[in-house]
Structure formats: C-alpha cells, structure tokens
Design a protein around this ligand. Structure first.
Ligand SMILES: [Fe+2]
Length: 140
C-alpha cells in the first residue's frame, strides 16, 4: 500500500504542500525498498533518507509557526516529536531484524503514512488557515 498525495491533503500553503509531496515520495521509496529488495541495508538507507527530510520539514513548519505567532505551536511540536519517536522505533526494528518484515511495513503504513494523513488534515491545515487569515486580515 503506497502513500498518495491527493486533494484531501492540500492545506493551501504552498511551502507546506510541496514539502508534504516530497515526504510522501520518500515514504514510498522506503516502502518500495522493502518490497523489491527486502534488504535491511537498503531499507535503512531509505529510512534515513526519509528521516532527513522529516527533520527539514518539521523545522520549516515550526519556524513558520513561530514567525506568525501561531498559538498552537507547543502542541504541534509535541506531535512532531511523536513521529520522530516512530522513526527511531523503526530504526530499532530494522536493527533487530534480518530484513524489513511485514511487521515493519505495517508499522510504516500505520505509524508514518496514516499518522501523516491525520496530522496534515488537522494540525497542518489549521496552521495554513491561521496564516491565511493573518495575511488577509486587512482585506477581510
Ligand atoms: Fe506539522
């Protein structure tokens, strides 16, 4: 089951949306590496590749929230921590297992892909809306 960026994931903020597209692409590359090679090192490499971009993206999103004085930033940062912990757990799974198991793939689907969908639709959309309202305050 590959992840897919569809219209329901659009927040309306161009930076956030384009970074989410890239994130989903990297999730799929991880899933593909599990499917095609089922090789631990290949999966590890793609997990790191995903982790790198996750860091970049979270930092950008948190900086944006700071710059607009977003009131929900503390809670939002805690959510980002959740995914960071998941990535660390996935790392441990790969270290303990021979290759990426079905259990590993299931954890990616549930704790990364589904987590992200839910996070985008609630938390990220609310940031984008707040920024939009703030930018258009004078005109509304
Ligand atoms: Fe976020």
């Amino acid at each position: 089951m590959y992840a897919e960026f569809d219209d329901t994931l659009i927040t309306g903020n161009e930076m956030i949306d384009s970074q989410h597209r890239e994130l989903i692409g990297r999730i799929n590359e991880l899933l593909r590496s599990c499917e095609e090679q089922a090789d631990r090192m290949a999966a590890m490499k793609m997990l790191n590749y995903l982790a790198d971009y996750t860091e970049f993206h979270f930092k950008a999103e948190e900086e944006l929230q700071e710059s607009i004085g977003y009131p929900g930033i503390k809670e939002h940062k805690e959510k980002h921590e959740e995914l960071r912990r998941t990535v660390a757990e996935l790392h441990e799974m790969l270290e303990e297992q021979e290759g990426p198991s079905d259990e590993f793939v299931e954890a990616v689907n549930k704790n990364v892909t589904e987590w992200l969908y839910y996070h985008i639709k609630g938390f990220d959309r609310s940031v984008a809306e707040y920024k939009f309202m703030r930018d258009n305050q004078e005109r509304l």
